[in-house]
Write a protein that binds this ligand. Structure first.
Ligand code: SOE
Length: 384
């Protein structure tokens, strides 16, 4: 395995792969030889490349993890597929639907494994909710709603490549964490978002880049503060319509003090409601109108199917963010070991198809806002 783009999420990819126990982590590629060597020393990886093409060409590397900034996703993912390497790419898959479709088409044609890390699918109780809905235990869904709120961009001194459209694309918060929320809402409900109505805001209009680091959640060292006018959104409220007529709404923001990684999803059906909060990920709220509400605690004795497969500890032994992330990486390598045969892929595992679809939903949201706040349909072309 080789990793390209050693930023905030990189060590979590390395930890998950090393936890598999039989995959060699042999190379890191960075934006320069010096930075790659620094990160390789830090993460105890033997080879360091200052150019991602050289890493991809390394004949001993079979799987590429792409954790570069969004603007490099197309080039890195495409080069890896063309070199015959399986690809695990951070989200969002691409900067826009055109890039997303190009990557989806290339991945499907390649016969290789192609995964996008919509890692919140890896939570056992997210899977329990999905399976309860698939078994019609929630009844007909009428409303799917929630939010994904953070505060790491509250200060104008917080600067990351994600607020630079040349690195992140036209969207900041929607592409970054709105993509997670929309993927999870579609995955758990089993319903596709078909239309959106958006209201986007830039809460912090000017940020100050100190030039020291632009990793997410990182604190910039002191130094010359350069004012940068913001062009993308850091707050969004969106109405959504699903294919079965169900309605929905979500808000995403990253300047909201006190919210750290506050992803919430609730689905209301005719029989019961299901609610899950990432910051309390070992609990699933079950709401009922004709009997007491319940809290299902993560416990292998109380869950089934994919939820049981994703549960690695007894009840009360809290499973956490890294465990959910590992579940997705574990499924990715199970697929790879099966030579990426389509039938060998777990139904839970998010692929470039899901990544492309996500770019289409985000694009419709941006179009809705740009048009002054009018409904826009999601333009998406399923694989042939
Ligand atoms: C920053 O918003 C971030 O690191 C996202 O990029 C990740 O996808 C999310 O899981 C946590 O927050």
């Amino acid at each position: 395995m080789g990793l390209i783009g050693p930023g905030f999420i990189a060590p979590h990819h390395l930890d998950a792969v090393r936890r598999l126990g039989d995959i060699d982590v042999i190379a890191i590629a960075g934006s320069s030889q010096a930075s790659a060597e620094k990160k390789a020393r830090e993460y105890k990886v033997e080879r360091a490349y200052g150019d991602f093409h050289t890493l991809i060409a390394d004949p001993e590397i079979q799987v590429i993890h792409n954790t570069t900034p969004n603007h490099l996703h197309l080039a890195v993912n495409l080069a890896a597929l063309q070199a015959g390497k399986h690809v695990i790419s951070d989200k969002p898959l691409a900067m826009n639907p055109a890039e997303g479709k190009q990557l989806r088409d290339a991945a499907v044609a390649s016969g290789l494994a192609h995964v996008v890390t919509f890692n919140y699918r890896g939570n056992p109780l997210v899977q329990q909710a999905r399976e309860m809905i698939a078994r019609d235990e929630a009844g007909r869904l009428c409303f799917v709603h929630g939010c994904y709120l953070q505060d790491y961009l509250t200060s104008p001194d917080a600067y990351t490549w994600r607020v630079d459209p040349s690195k992140a694309g036209a969207s900041n918060v929607l592409g970054d964490i709105g993509s997670h929320w929309c993927d999870l809402a579609e995955h758990v409900s089993g319903l596709k978002i078909v239309a959106v109505l958006a209201d986007l805001t830039t809460v912090v209009p000017t940020r100050y880049a100190a030039g020291s680091t632009t990793e997410a959640f990182s604190k910039q060292a002191g130094g010359e503060r350069t004012p940068v006018a913001m062009q993308s959104e850091d707050l969004a409220s969106v109405l959504v319509r699903f294919e079965n007529g169900a309605k929905g709404c979500f808000s995403v923001g990253q300047t909201l003090p006190g919210h750290k990684n506050d992803l919430q999803l609730e689905l209301n059906g005719s029989t019961c409601s299901l609610g899950w909060k990432q910051e309390k990920q070992n609990e699933l709220w079950i709401g009922r109108h004709d009997q007491p509400n319940a809290i299902l605690m993560k416990d292998p004795g109380l869950v089934s199917g994919e939820a049981l497969r994703y549960t690695r500890l007894p009840g009360g032994h809290q499973e956490a963010w890294a465990d959910a992330f590992f579940n997705i990486v574990h499924d990715a390598y199970t697929w790879i070991r099966e030579d990426a045969r389509p039938e060998a892929k777990s139904v839970v595992l998010p692929t470039f198809e899901d990544g492309y679809r996500s770019t289409c939903v985000i694009d419709a949201i941006l179009r809705s806002h740009a048009a002054g706040g009018v409904w826009q349909t999601v333009q998406y072309s399923p694989a042939a």
